[in-house]
Design a protein around this ligand. Structure first.
Ligand code: PMP
Length: 366
């Protein structure tokens, strides 16, 4: 195991070793082109073909109908927190509904309030013990007149993940899938807009994928700067201005890997479940040492968040983990504790190694 293989960082996350090797080579010279990926024009035919291929692979993985467009944008998931209400809330006269289930969904709400009325349908913080659990379907009173429902499928910081799709069919459903996109299959037709930045399951930071129902673009409010208007990016085939060429190249390699080496989203899901089961298993085996953060029914298969009895024990755990070769295990600065992020690029073998380390620590770490 090298350091990359044992990188449990919350994001940017670890990428598959074959993709790192291809990228290393592409920085020298892209095979068949002979130029470094860092110095290839975004106006070249080669790059246009790369965009086409990337979109084709994504469509194949998601079984995406043609009634949806795929866009590669910049500004991270955070820019989507503004672009979405600009498109769907501004001037609509309707109220947008938001689920506040953790650190990231909380961040998505203030930019929406700038564009119109927002109703927080569920506030996980009000449950009293931090964002540990997600609402069940009967706890949500979704209005049929809402402009849309926005939620985050996997809360990266707290490690809670929806295992069902909330909301009401007939109301537009918008989902931030930044930290679990392509980790499992989903039916795209139950969504109107799905977005995910690359730096968890897809590649490096710099590019954000948006899957949008084309019909949403029929009525765009006036006064949106062109760069924030999805139609401009659609017309320009995601080359509206200079895109992050290298980030998109890496995403294209990851999609290829997912299709050809993993075999698509079903086998990826099966693998991710085994990884998560291994880690939650060791946590549950040692309740005197480890305490999982999330309510068991809402446990994330991407971010396994847990605590030890004292800050000193946590510091000791992190120190020992670091010297055993693991990195990125420190919890998010807003929550503390430990977080093992097990995105698509993390191998089962590496997770098994962490499980073994945690078993040993529980037995001998006193
Ligand atoms: N949404 C989620 C679920 C995230 O995990 C993050 C960042 N980790 C963001 C949004 C913000 O993404 P960005 O830094 O790309 O703007």
């Amino acid at each position: 195991f090298d350091r990359n293989a044992l990188n449990f960082s919350g994001g940017p996350g670890a990428l598959p070793a074959v993709v790192l090797a291809e990228t290393r080579q592409a920085i020298q010279a892209v095979p068949g082109v002979g130029l470094s990926i860092l110095g290839i024009s975004h106006r070249s035919d080669w790059f246009a073909e790369l965009i086409t291929q990337t979109e084709r692979d994504l469509r194949a993985l998601l079984k995406l109908p043609d009634s949806y467009a795929v866009l590669l944008l910049q500004g991270g998931a955070t820019l989507q927190f503004s672009m979405i209400p600009m498109l769907l809330l501004r001037g609509s006269g309707c109220t947008a509904e938001y689920l506040r289930t953790g650190y990231w969904s909380a961040k998505s709400i203030p930019p929406a309030r700038l564009e119109g009325e927002v109703r927080v349908l569920w506030d996980g913080e009000r449950q009293g013990d931090g964002f540990r659990r997600l609402p069940t379907a009967d706890e949500l009173e979704c209005s049929s007149a809402a402009a849309y429902l926005h939620y985050v499928s996997n809360e990266t910081v707290e490690g809670v993940q929806f295992q069902t799709i909330p909301g009401r069919d007939g109301v537009k459903r918008v989902c931030d899938m930044s930290s679990d996109f392509l980790s499992r299959p989903f039916d795209p037709e139950r969504f109107d807009l799905v977005y995910a930045h690359a730096q968890k399951n897809l590649g490096p930071a710099g590019v954000t994928l948006v899957v949008i129902r084309r019909a949403l673009l029929d009525q765009v409010p006036a006064g949106i700067p062109e760069i924030l208007d999805y139609r401009a990016h659609l017309q320009a085939r995601s080359i509206y201005n200079t895109p992050p060429v290298m980030a998109i190249y890496v995403v294209s390699r990851v999609l290829r890997w997912l299709r050809e080496e993993i075999g698509g989203l079903e086998p990826m899901d099966a693998l991710n479940r085994r990884k998560a089961d291994g880690l939650y298993g060791v946590i549950d085996r040692h309740p005197d040492v480890y305490a999982g953060w999330a309510n068991p029914a809402d446990r994330s298969r991407m971010n396994v968040v847990f605590r030890l009895p004292t800050p000193e024990r946590e510091a000791d755990f992190l120190r020992r983990a670091e010297s055993a070769g693991f990195s990125g295990l420190k919890g998010h600065r807003s929550l503390g504790g430990i977080r093992a992020s097990i995105y698509n690029g993390m191998t089962l073998a590496a997770v098994e190694r962490l499980v073994e380390f945690m078993d040993d620590f529980a037995h001998n770490g006193h």
